[in-house]
Design a protein around this ligand. Structure first.
Ligand code: F6R
Length: 614
């Protein structure tokens, strides 16, 4: 995942930037770069594809000298990993440089506007538009204070960003802005730093300022001025953090699980960016892990997976059948391997695994290969056993997932499977994604919708009080939201040790309805979709038996929310992506219930992150 570091002060910036980037390496990246403002008033940018060693070799050959600088590690989203797409990005004059984490949702119209006035773009990234737009605005208003220009340009950007801007015309100053991805300032003696993650700062200072969304900062060696984007002053006192190295990696969150839930808007973008251009609708065949010809020829798909990954497979079945009209079976790996599995060359076997090491899934895929079936792995850990075993990898780019309960790996699996469904649709001659397709627009909007879902946290935290004493909880959903209900129940049981079950809402009357009374909380997914009315009737059956109903509904809901005891309004998005957004409140609910019960959220009893035994 992308990393940011910046320095302003009396010391040489380059070694500090390189050290900071090294400390951010664990997040994963595919290119890196730094920009340093020299005493001659020129900004020198050094960038390179691949590991930091490539960058440092270039830096050693020609070390840039200067006392203000910014550095970045990039994990490709918009545009492939390459030197041109690596940050920092420059404007046309080369005097404005920018590093950016996140996604600029409206970069296309802004880019078109700049192209029309002759601004030459040199990368495929959304980030370059920030540098170019600032450069163009400076050219239009040469007398305007640089900070004002940056602020005005950023207020035209929609989407998510942590941005650091440096101008050759304002030495000794960095501008920092946050809307979404984390960014933290490090306050030193006669020097100041900025980074996307405190890990990069702790060798210099423990006095940190965690910025909030909408903050805009003018940072010099001696001062920190925080305002809102509209210029209104904001107060952000520094905090002295007592972290050790491991705690620092949590980036200020109390648990890895909380951090990983919060990272979802960023990692879904990274998962998409490697595989599909939102601009053109073209898929990268290499990144999809399977050829269109094979997808056109197969008679069916069999998914093998365990736990949360199996739930992702169930959502994938729904999408592949609906969008690409290919029959799909989803099997537990541990069952598949001991059954007559009847797969062969015309069955595509898809193994889903965050760790890529789960013994049952490795065995299931090995059996499938032996039977002559082509195999694909939806895997988060590059180079893992499954990544090496399968014929092709459809990678999720969730980054390291440390909390045992899977969260961001699940949502990236859902996104990868949605892409597979549309890719298979095209391969099977059922239609291709044209620019502006609602699915592409949904993908572009997904990080913002996830951010809005994360904003439900205070309400969910409140709700967790009522659930923390429950003995059992029933989760209900239909269609693609049935597996989301299963996932919500699994999360709760794994980390809070409360018994929970997920059920298809329409199946409740065939048994579980016997459990319903005033003591049993029922958490129901009732988004506005084709099955909404059916779900609403099922939930009336719950209320008729005095069940305590918590309903997740769409904005403007007029039915279920009138009789539910508690309602959470979940942002609405393209139906193929709705499960990605709907699961977030359930992750947060499990997290807060577990915290309230004093459970070890990151390392629940009896569970391991990677289950390498049968
Ligand atoms: C649930 C969880 C487990 C895993 C399962 C499969 O939060 O983490 O259910 O999903 O053990 O693991 P992977 O995806 O690594 O194969």
């Amino acid at each position: 995942m992308c990393g940011i570091v910046g320095y302003v002060g009396p010391r040489e910036a380059t070694p500090i930037l390189v050290d900071g980037l090294r400390r951010l390496e664990y997040r994963g990246y595919d290119s890196a770069g730094i920009a340093v403002l020299g005493a001659d008033g020129l900004v020198r940018v050094t960038r390179s594809e691949g590991k930091l060693g490539n960058l440092t070799a270039r830096i050693e050959a020609e070390p840039p000298s200067g006392r203000t600088g910014i550095g970045h590690t990039r994990w490709a989203t918009h545009g492939r990993p390459s030197e041109e797409n690596a940050h920092p990005h420059r404007d046309a004059s080369g005097r404005v440089v920018v590093i950016h984490n996140g996604i600029i949702e409206n970069f296309l119209p802004l880019k078109r506007e700049l192209l029309a006035r002759g601004v030459p773009f040199t990368s495929e990234t959304d980030s370059e538009v920030i540098a170019q737009a600032i450069g163009a605005a400076c050219a239009d208003a040469p007398e305007a204070p640089f900070g004002e220009v940056v602020r005005t340009v950023l207020s035209r950007m929609t989407g998510m960003y942590a941005v650091v801007v440096l101008s050759a015309d304002e030495p000794g100053v960095l501008y920092v802005a946050k809307n979404g991805p984390p960014i933290v300032l490090g306050l030193g003696a006669d020097e100041n730093l900025v980074a996307s993650d405190a890990t990069a700062l702790l060798s210099h200072t423990r006095d940190l300022v965690f910025l909030e969304d909408g903050d805009f900062v003018r940072l010099t060696a001696a001062s920190v001025a925080v305002t809102a984007l509209d210029g209104a002053p904001r107060s952000r006192p520094a905090r002295r953090v007592p972290w050790d190295a491991v705690a620092a990696e949590k980036g200020g969150y109390p648990h890895f699980m909380a951090k990983e839930i919060a990272e979802q808007p960023t990692v879904v973008v990274e998962t998409v960016g490697h595989k599909l251009s939102l601009e053109t609708g073209h898929f990268s065949e290499d990144a999809m892990g399977v050829s269109p010809k094979l997808l056109a020829d197969v008679d069916r798909v069999v998914v093998v997976a365990c736990g949360t990954s199996w739930h992702a497979g169930l959502v994938g079945k729904f999408l592949l059948e609906e969008v690409a009209r290919v029959p799909v079976e989803v099997d537990y790996s541990a069952e598949f391997r001991y059954r007559k599995n009847l797969v062969g060359p015309r069955t595509l076997v898809v193994g889903i695994s965050q760790s890529g090491e789960t013994a049952d899934t490795v065995a299931a895929l090995t059996d499938a290969k032996r039977a002559g079936a082509p195999t694909v792995g939806v895997v988060n850990v590059p180079g893992s056993a499954i990544a090496r075993l399968v014929d092709g990898v459809l990678a999720t780019h969730a980054g390291p997932e440390i909390g045992v309960a899977s969260t961001k790996a699940f949502t990236t699996q859902l996104v990868a499977l949605a892409l597979l469904a549309y890719y298979a649709r095209e391969a099977r001659g059922l239609g291709r994604l044209e620019p502006g397709d609602p699915f592409l627009e949904g993908l572009a909007h997904l990080p913002v919708a996830l951010q809005q879902a994360l904003a439900l946290e205070p309400a969910i935290e409140k709700l967790s009080r009522a659930l923390a004493h429950a003995r059992d909880v029933l989760y209900l959903g239909r269609g693609a939201h049935y597996p989301v209900a299963l996932e919500g129940a699994l999360k709760l049981k794994e980390i809070s040790y409360i018994h929970a079950e997920g059920y298809p809402a329409g199946e409740m009357k065939h048994g579980p309805i016997a459990l319903i009374d005033g003591e049993l909380p029922v958490v129901a997914l009732a988004p506005r979709d084709a099955l909404y009315d059916k779900v609403a009737s099922n939930l009336r059956e719950v209320k008729a038996r005095e069940g305590r109903l918590v309903a997740l509904v769409s904005p403007g809901d007029e039915d279920v929310s009138t009789f539910a005891d508690e309602t959470l309004v979940v942002p609405e998005i393209h139906p193929a992506l709705q499960p990605v957004v709907s699961v977030v409140p359930l992750q947060l609910l499990a997290y807060h219930v577990a915290r309230r019960r004093g459970c070890d959220v990151d390392q629940p009893r009896n569970l391991a992150k990677s289950v390498t035994v049968e």
